[in-house]
Design a protein around this ligand. Structure first.
Ligand code: GDP
Length: 203
């Protein structure tokens, strides 16, 4: 079976961090961003996807956790690690500020082709996850949901959660199961990113 996977995911290297839309790298080419609640498994997914053990550790270094972190794949393609959300520890003022920056990024970033939303399969569609889905919808941004840590559930509950989440989001997002530790779902995720990054742009 031909998978037609052409995006060089394993070439990912850290490019820069940005706090605001203005600080982001030139808005050219195509990028796909990852978001999710803190501890959902976003860094592990990025590392597994790119075959790199420490790639997303960069995003976890003190001072970078609230920033948008960019990784170069090629001259025109990038992966983006958005700040993990849902940490009660963050002061409300800071929360407001990065929600504004995140909103600016989701709405204003021309090269952003899609959002990978990472959720722990045992706790999908929490409040902020739903907010992100609404935001993406109003920004007309395609979303693909990763139900990660799928290895934590037996096959039956994995599939029923998948169906429930699919039913709940309807046409608002595509959904798959995933596990960084047990090697589940990498081809499906790679295909999705490949499709978004290689699709011709409108206008
Ligand atoms: P992040 O905060 O969203 O970047 O989450 P991390 O990738 O750092 O993962 C949080 C915790 O979940 C860590 O202890 C990981 O080892 C664990 N974890 C991440 N992905 C998986 C997975 O697919 N399966 C299992 N069993 N654990 C995982």
């Amino acid at each position: 079976m031909s998978t037609n996977i052409s995006v060089p995911l394993s070439e990912a290297t850290f490019l820069k961090s940005a706090a605001t839309l203005k600080q982001c790298p030139a808005d050219l080419g195509a990028e796909v961003a990852f978001c999710g609640r803190s501890n959902a498994g976003k860094s592990s997914a990025l590392n597994f996807l790119t075959d790199q053990k420490k790639l997303a550790r960069t995003s976890k270094t003190p001072g970078r956790t609230q920033l948008i972190n960019f990784f170069t794949l090629s001259e025109t393609l990038r992966l983006v690690d958005l700040p993990g959300y849902g940490y009660a520890k963050v002061p409300p003022k800071m929360k407001e500020e990065w929600q504004r920056n995140l909103d600016d990024y989701l709405r204003g970033r021309e090269s952003l082709r899609g959002l990978i939303q990472v959720m722990d399969i045992r706790h999908p569609l929490r409040e902020f996850d739903k907010l992100m889905l609404d935001w993406s919808k109003s920004a007309e941004l395609p979303v693909h949901i990763l139900l990660t840590k799928a290895d934590k559930l037996k096959r039956g509950p994995q599939q029923s959660t998948l169906l429930n989440v699919r039913r709940s989001v309807g046409s608002g997002a595509s959904v798959q199961t995933f596990s960084a530790t047990h090697g589940i779902g990498k081809i499906e995720l790679t295909r999705q990113i490949n499709t978004w990054m290689t699709a011709p742009t409108e206008g």
